[in-house]
Design a protein around this ligand. Structure first.
Ligand code: FES
Length: 167
């Protein structure tokens, strides 16, 4: 069964005719050719497919595209461009927050959303205050990022990049 769905991706209104079973990830990658969002496991375990929907991050492989009628979606392509990197992209480069790079778009999208969550006072399982306890805040960042798996093990550098952007 095919259905029409329209949502805003990186500030641009998009309308698609999609099989009801199409995931948001496949809609972005296959239909809109936004291949920055990666498919790792395709079942919610790796975070490579992370995008921001209505201000909250989500695994786009776990959600059907037709459920996002009217939603505002941000992908890695919406954060920065090769000429004008997002501060988080800059910080990942500076701190070597990647090796093979496959998980990196998901890591960066998630990292940007995590700092927004912290700023908005959304609690994590680790009750550290970013501004007063650097070690604990590192633990907090790592806990908040625990849904994004990096097979190369760049976790410490990712946390460093996030700490720099958090200021
Ligand atoms: Fe979606 Fe792995 S591809 S969580």
């Amino acid at each position: 069964v095919v259905s029409k769905v329209s949502f805003t991706v990186n500030g641009e209104r998009r309308e698609l005719d999609l099989d009801l079973r199409t995931t948001l990830l496949d809609a972005l990658r296959e239909h809109l050719k936004l291949s920055g969002t990666k498919k790792g496991c395709d079942h919610g375990q790796c975070g490579a497919c992370t995008v921001i929907v209505e201000g909250r991050r989500m695994n786009s492989c776990l959600s059907l595209a037709v459920m996002h009628e009217g939603d505002e979606i941000t992908t890695i392509e919406g954060l920065g461009t090769p000429d004008k990197l997002h501060p988080m992209q800059d910080a990942f480069v500076k701190h070597d927050g990647y090796q093979c790079g496959y998980c990196t778009p998901g890591q960066i999208v998630s990292a940007v959303a995590v700092l927004a969550e912290v700023k908005a006072g959304i609690p994590s399982h680790v009750t550290a205050d970013l501004s007063v306890a650097p070690e604990a805040s590192n633990a907090e960042l790592r806990e908040r990022m625990s849904g994004n798996i990096c097979r190369c093990g760049a976790y410490s550098n990712i946390a460093e990049a996030m700490t720099e952007v958090a200021g």
